[in-house]
Write a protein that binds this ligand. Structure first.
Ligand SMILES: [Ca+2]
Ligand SMILES: [Ca+2]
Length: 247
């Protein structure tokens, strides 16, 4: 590396360049290097912060890319971030062992924010025409892509452009969290001399957030009078019919 470049890089570490930030909130648009398609100036420090509505992600693709090549892109570069996660670093005009260009790849943000940073150092050894890229918002298919188990629908998931919603099987109610299906169990009174009670959906796994009351009252029977109340909650284990179990 030339001595001058070393000095400038060290200086930039001590006195970081002022970054010009451009905020974009449109659902599609174009970003390009300054002066594109003419050569970009030296000492550029630009960042585009793209935000689209919740329920969308951002797709970024390049129509043109020509940035001064350097080992590991230490001179001029374009970086793509989403939140603080670095998605890509590009420089040059074609892929080498140590440098990448976007080529035909489409970069997709994990969420609804994407940042593109473009830096040029104090010199260009040749004329480089810079870059032109397009971005657009794309629907997130939450029913297909959602990996967090706490956020998936209990029963049915319905995707739509910009969001999704959950629904439940017949006999269940959607909890206020809009994800969980809650069993619809009215307080049950059992007056027969014998019978069985089971958790909802037995013998299948009982539903989350169940809160069912089973009341057994055989005052009217010829046996000594007796009244019991059993409350089945999430911890109620699945038992065989007619038996009570403990954990
Ligand atoms: Ca340069
Ligand atoms: Ca969606």
């Amino acid at each position: 590396m030339e001595l001058t470049r070393v000095i400038v890089i060290l200086a930039q570490c001590v006195w970081p360049l002022w970054t010009q930030v451009i905020h974009l909130t449109d659902i599609y648009g174009t970003i390009k290097s300054p002066n594109f398609p003419e050569s970009y100036p030296k000492e550029i420090d630009l960042q585009w912060n793209i935000t689209v509505p919740d329920g969308y992600q951002i797709r970024l693709y390049f129509m043109h890319f020509d940035i001064e090549p350097s080992y590991l892109c230490e001179y001029d570069y374009l970086k793509v971030y989403s939140d603080s996660e670095e998605l890509a670093v590009f420089c040059g005009k074609e892929n080498t062992d140590t440098e990448r260009v976007p080529a035909d790849n489409v970069i997709t943000s994990p969420r609804n924010v994407l940042s593109v940073a473009f830096r040029s150092d104090f010199s260009n050894e040749e004329r480089y025409s810079g870059f032109e890229a397009h971005f657009s918002a794309a629907d997130v298919d939450e029913c297909r892509d959602r990996n967090d188990e706490d956020l998936v629908c209990d029963h049915f998931c319905h995707n739509y452009i910009g969001g999704f919603y959950c629904s439940c099987r017949y006999g269940f109610l959607l909890h206020s969290d809009n994800r969980t299906c809650k069993v619809e169990c009215n307080e049950s009174m059992y007056t027969e001399r014998s019978g069985e009670i089971t958790s909802a959906d037995f013998p299948e796994t009982y539903p989350k957030t169940s809160d069912c009351t089973y009341r057994i009252d055989n005052h009217s029977s010829s046996q000594p009078s007796r009244s019991e109340s059993l409350v089945g909650e999430q911890h109620l284990p699945v038992c065989s019919p007619g038996r009570f179990c403990s954990q």
